[in-house]
Design a protein around this ligand. Structure first.
Ligand SMILES: [Zn+2]
Ligand SMILES: [Zn+2]
Length: 293
């Protein structure tokens, strides 16, 4: 038991220290997610201001500060809080003989770095696409995912507006993804993480980007806006589930972009009764099953 407690405290302490060191620039710049997130956010925000898609949308759109708060909460406060639990689980799995290498089907460690990163990026994106579909498919999960879909005016900061439970729900398949790749992250995985943050910010931004013919590979603001549309095609529980890549939606025919004016109504049926503040939005998913929505 002491083992577990130690693992918990060490991991918790470690992430507090790491975050603090990031804030005061005492970590290598390329692993500095704190200032990295701020830099990417400012960059995309400036582009939104210079080249707005919906020209009448305010620079400080509805829920801008709420979403900015979500961004830091999910990325730093929550990851510090959960780090101890994840470490304890890791020790537990090790004790029962399951290691990160147990499921390895390909060993990417022998690949050149660019290929390691590419495979890592594609596999992680695919397992997240599957998780995202489940968040829409099952009511109990959807009630958590509603936080992300309660945004009514779209801008880059909505990217990280989501219930902290999503961090937990995405984790098992992400770990599975890493396990089938031989149980390790490429040493330069931070490149993949930063690229994913930037693509996610762009997907939610008020900038009309489609990437031209590359839109069949990369997700984009036009496609993702329809993921947030209030009215879905009849009989479906969602469209355009892509995270960084749009490829999966085209392969599995869940793609849907009827037009690109950028003015489609956002949200979900029943969202006018959805809580408006951080605290209640976070309690909502744990409440009794909701009748509507
Ligand atoms: Zn969604
Ligand atoms: Zn979104």
């Amino acid at each position: 038991m002491e083992n577990y407690l130690n693992a918990f405290l060490n991991a918790f302490n470690g992430s507090v220290q790491w975050t603090w060191k990031s804030i005061i620039f005492e970590v290598p710049w390329y692993t500095n997610y704190f200032w990295g997130l701020i830099a990417i956010s400012l960059f995309v925000w400036i582009l939104e201001i210079l080249f707005p898609w919906r020209k009448d949308q305010s620079i400080f759109r509805r829920d801008f500060w709420l979403d900015a708060f979500y961004m830091f909460f999910n990325f730093f406060m929550f990851s510090i809080a959960i780090s101890g639990f994840y470490k304890m689980l890791e020790v537990l799995f090790k004790d029962v003989g399951i290691t990160a290498k147990s499921l390895a089907i390909i060993d990417i460690s022998a690949f050149p770095m660019w290929l390691q990163l590419l495979v890592f990026f594609i596999v992680l994106d695919f397992v997240q696409w599957i998780t995202h579909i489940m968040l829409h498919r099952y009511r109990i999960l959807w009630n958590f995912h509603k936080v992300h879909h309660s945004v009514k005016e779209m801008g880059f900061a909505a990217h990280l507006r989501y219930h902290w439970m999503e961090n937990v729900l995405y984790k098992p398949l992400k770990v599975f993804g890493v396990m089938i790749l031989g149980g390790f992250e490429p040493s330069q995985a931070y490149i993949v993480h930063f690229v994913a943050i930037a693509i996610g910010h762009f997907n939610h931004s008020n900038i009309k980007i489609t990437w031209g013919p590359l839109r069949y590979i990369f997700n984009n603001p036009v496609m993702h806006l329809y993921h947030h549309a209030y009215t879905l095609p009849k009989g479906s529980y969602g469209v355009n589930f892509g995270i960084s890549l749009s490829l999966w939606d085209y392969i599995f025919k869940t793609n849907y972009i009827p037009e690109d004016s950028g003015t489609v109504e956002l949200g979900f049926p029943g969202d006018k009764d959805f809580p408006q503040d951080f605290l209640h939005q976070n309690i909502y998913g744990f409440g009794k099953d909701k009748k509507k929505g």
